[in-house]
Design a protein around this ligand. Structure first.
Ligand SMILES: [Zn+2]
Length: 403
């Protein structure tokens, strides 16, 4: 029979430091009284924890407003521009990189386009190293680098830093986390923690932590790219599934007599609402620009675009009905191409949902992303902060200072 291992005072302190750090990271700034209320810890414990975090430069106490008897009150806030992570979003036609401060402040971004299609791993690594140099050059000396997060459009074993498959990059069984750590070690002489995640899962986390769905604990994020990826957060946690690969929402079969899908099936949701289906409906060629840019250049009447996309809108509605019936999320956030086309299809989508769920009172709120960065990139930053938010003092011990 197993018995729980003893909990030492050090473990309790580590746990409490992590809780306080996470509350501050997600809220930006809080008073000590707020922290007492949120954690249930007493005032002197909170004082000691804040002081420990301040000593290593993770937080600072500054004058706030609204103190009693006319005195300004002190608020605790993250030292955002001083502590940062690097985040990367490896898209099908782009790599976007960002330096993000503790608390979520975006410090710098870089956007690089690339040709659609297979992407040699070596080339991806070289671009990430180049972007790292560029981001470092834009940050002040003395800033503390806490890690790296990378969003991948594919099936990822996050714990192992292993990419099982990323069809749109042409990758199968790539130990990308280790390759990236080794490459950074060789390139800049320090070896940071690299955290990988599926792009849609990271998008869902970002929208839940600081985006469109902060008011709820159940959200589905849909990444509309060449395919359609899905990330599901339920009860504040990413839905992993039995094997860790839940969220292949683009491969729900919605039209069994539809087009073949690159997964080997037929009539998957993404064959009906993926980028190629959208572009072909309006007569654009994929790879020539974003949907919005092409619409702006085409001088096509709004009503014509709406009419051309009505079939796609119908299929978007069918998929959303299935998600509402199976998952019952409070929010569904549409990313990528789905966000770009939503203004043209929202009426068709609403009609499909009303028609398919006539007797259902509850309905997910359909939302567009509301972050400064794209959602998977913001989620990659959150993933990179993960180790720090679990054990702040230990991670500060192994962090790197820019010189
Ligand atoms: Zn499929």
């Amino acid at each position: 029979m197993l018995k729980p291992s003893p909990v030492t005072p050090d473990e309790v302190k580590r746990h409490n430091l992590a809780r306080v750090m996470r509350y501050l990271h997600e809220n930006g700034e809080l008073s000590r009284s707020d922290l007492v209320l949120l954690t249930g810890l007493n005032r002197s414990t909170i004082g000691a924890l804040v002081s420990d975090l301040a000593k290593v430069g993770l937080v600072e106490e500054v004058s706030g407003v609204g103190g009693s008897r006319g005195r300004p009150s002190l608020v605790v806030r993250t030292s955002s521009s001083h502590n940062f992570v690097l985040a990367f979003d490896l898209g099908v036609d782009r790599i976007v990189a960002a330096a993000v401060g503790l608390g979520g402040e975006v410090l710098a971004t870089i956007h690089r386009s690339r040709e659609d299609g297979p992407y040699p791993v070596k080339k991806a690594i070289a671009t990430i190293l180049e972007s790292t140099d560029e981001l470092f050059a834009s940050l002040p000396t003395g800033a503390v680098w806490l890690g790296v997060g990378i969003a991948i459009p594919g099936v990822v074993e996050t714990e192992l830093g292993f990419i099982r498959k990323a069809p749109n990059l042409g990758w199968i069984d790539v130990p990308f986390g280790q390759l990236m750590t080794d490459s950074l070690c060789a390139h800049i002489g320090v070896c940071p923690t690299v955290v990988l995640g599926n792009d849609a899962n990271l998008g869902a986390v970002a929208e839940f932590v600081r985006g469109a769905a902060t008011a709820t604990s159940s959200v589905v994020y849909l990444s509309g790219d060449v395919g359609v990826g899905g990330g599901v957060v339920l009860g504040g946690k990413v839905l992993a599934g039995g094997s860790g690969f839940a969220g292949e929402l683009g491969h729900m079969v919605v039209n069994p007599t539809g087009e073949p899908c690159n997964c080997g099936s037929r009539g998957c949701w993404e064959t009906e609402v993926g980028r190629d289906a959208i572009f072909s409906a309006v007569g654009f060629l994929p790879g020539q620009g974003s949907f919005s840019d092409l619409v702006a250049e085409s001088l096509t009447e709004l009503t014509d675009i709406k009419r051309a996309l009505s079939g796609v809108g119908e299929w978007v509605g069918v998929g959303l009905v299935n998600l509402m019936n199976s998952i019952d999320p409070n929010y569904i956030v549409l990313g990528g191409h789905l966000a770009e086309i939503y203004p043209y299809i929202s009426e068709v989508v609403d009609a499909r949902i009303d028609q398919s769920r006539p007797n259902t009172q509850t309905r997910a709120h359909i939302s567009l992303p509301s972050l400064l960065l794209n959602s998977p990139l913001a989620g990659a930053a959150e993933a990179a902060f993960g180790p720090l938010l679990s054990d702040p003092l230990h991670e500060m011990d192994r962090a790197f200072v820019l010189i």
